[in-house]
Design a protein around this ligand. Sequence first.
Ligand SMILES: O=C(CO)[C@H](O)[C@H](O)COP(=O)(O)O
Length: 273
Amino acid sequence: MAIAFPRFVRSESSAIEEANMASSSSSSVPSPPPPPVFLTQEELKQIAAYKAVEFVESGMVLGLGTGSTAKYAIERIGELLHQGKLKNIVGIPTSKQTHEQALSLGIPLSDLDSHSIVDLAIDGADEVDPYLNLVKGRGGSLLREKMIEGASRKFVVIVDESKMVPYIGGSHLAMPVEIVPFCWKFTAERLQRLFEDSGCVAKLRTYKDSDEPFVTDNANYIVELYFEKDIGDLNAASDSILRLPGVVEHGMFLNMASTVIVAGELGITVKNK
Ligand SMILES: O=C(CO)[C@H](O)[C@H](O)COP(=O)(O)O
């Protein structure tokens, strides 16, 4: 699919790169401004993903993210490998779904046991706050994502602008917590109680159109936390969640992203830590 690239790219922490803004006409009659380009959310995701793949170099060990945005980055990596523009790439997939996609594209795969240091990971996110803290895992892969992205020298996050929030929990959508299935109600209640001052409601994730609990790639369940109000100190919240027996991992990725690429109607913004 042809991509309608936005008219400029803005980097907040380094140089500002503006493209296609100047008129190429030398006539004295000013040419009319170009018509506005309206991009779909899918196109924005693809634009962010392709921009992130510009960071990929031959010989790298790559963390391959999960979800509808990461999918475009993996597709692009596969394409560049086939064109011979990238060579000797090793991918470490963050989910079974991504493993399947990467296999189908012929991307050589490995794992953290064989490659404990990852050069670059590229993945989507559900929320990004102004400090580049993230919520991830609405696709259910937060544990493997956190292990692989936590082992990465550089972690590039790709989002469309709808994912930007003023504070973590600010979308009022779910913040996922992976828990063991054993006595899940007990763990869910304890999680809800931890954040009762923030109006937290904890719900077990089920499959769409079914009451069956959603089961992660690690054979665990996911409890989704909904907050009415800001949960405040994120590191304290993280510690208190992880201290609960029964919790495996949560979807707050604090201080992990090195770069966030945000694709919006007006262009791409590259935010660096
Ligand atoms: O964390 C994730 C999966 O566990 C995804 O990266 C996150 O949910 C964003 O997904 P999408 O790009 O489809 O919006």
